[in-house]
Design a protein around this ligand. Sequence first.
Ligand SMILES: Cc1ncc(COP(=O)(O)O)c(C=O)c1O
Length: 398
Amino acid sequence: MDRREQGAGGLPGIGELAARHGVKWSEHGPGVLPAWIADMDFPVARPIRDALAAAVERSDLGYPPGQDHAAVREAFSDRARQRYGLDIPPDRVVLTTDVLQGLYQSVLTLTAPGDGVLVQTPIYPPFLAAVAETGRRLVEHPLVPGTGPGGGYGIDMEGLEAVCRTDHPRALLLCNPHNPTGRSFTEPELVALAELACRHDLVVVADEIHADVVLEGPGHRSIGGLDPEVGERTVTLNSTSKAFSIAGAACAVAAFGSARLADRFASVPDHARGAVSGLGLLATLAAWRDGDPWLVATLERLRVNRDVVVTAVADRMPGVVGTVQQATYLAWLDCRAAGLGDDPAAFFLERAGVALSPGPSFGVPGRGFARLNFATTPEVLAGILDRMAEALAARSPG
Ligand SMILES: Cc1ncc(COP(=O)(O)O)c(C=O)c1O
């Protein structure tokens, strides 16, 4: 590699990142710094790279053996028990090509057309699409800014109870840790949600894809592991794609707390869903078995980056308010007081050459907000924040 392209501390330089084929860097072309889709810019963990490189070098790209499927199911079962307090045997872990496939298939098989599906907004946009595109009824309940631990978003449990009584949802699509608010829900919050689910007979579809990206607090806790009553009505979705940033490897899991749910999910035949790729299985196994030292170091980088964003927003972006993310590498920026309209990401793309995710795509409470992915090198992050601050400063008054 050209030494000028090599960033500090073994991290890729901007030139190397800009040459990447992935959508994050290729979508907007040269001149734009990408801080949108949830991929990280750090080198992938060495055990994952070695496993993939070895398979390619052996020309070993045929159909994967059943033992690899079994090993991933077992690795998740072990990891969930040890790290998230979720005890699901390997034979109730199903492989899906990605978490969204698990989410869509859960909605399709565990609810019926016209059923209400409860979603806490603002929310990762495919949650809204999964309800709309399957002909279910959106039951939206907003999280409340400033009422959660550390001034983050909180859950209005009384409001949620009322909405369950009036709108009779059949399922809760829970995103924990929550994208985009960065909340890692506490055990008391999860207990309250679990009790609500049991009281109103809701199926819980828990997207826990950011479980390993908890930056503060005691770590991730799965709602499905709280007690058997909520467990048997919960499907937990997870993968290595966010924490290890290998979304292109496409391999995920859906773990069922009861045979009843697993059987309903299996009403879509395996071949109608397509097969998990052999490389995805190898990458996932390497991540879950041998990737944790890399993960620990990466979480440390993310904490530093998060704090850099918080400081820059507070000191150099008048009218923009951030929260301190407890989890994920996605900062949720409230730009309403900056006067940038409903979609501040459009302003920053045009005037700053920075690509953020548009707040309105996260639902109505996302109007006036933008999401910033801070999982990048210090050099790129400084460029992103400088450009944003300069674009705000350069606006003509009024
Ligand atoms: C909460 C959440 N769920 C699902 C996904 C997508 O995961 P996958 O690529 O495995 O479908 C993302 C991606 O950012 C996400 O943030």
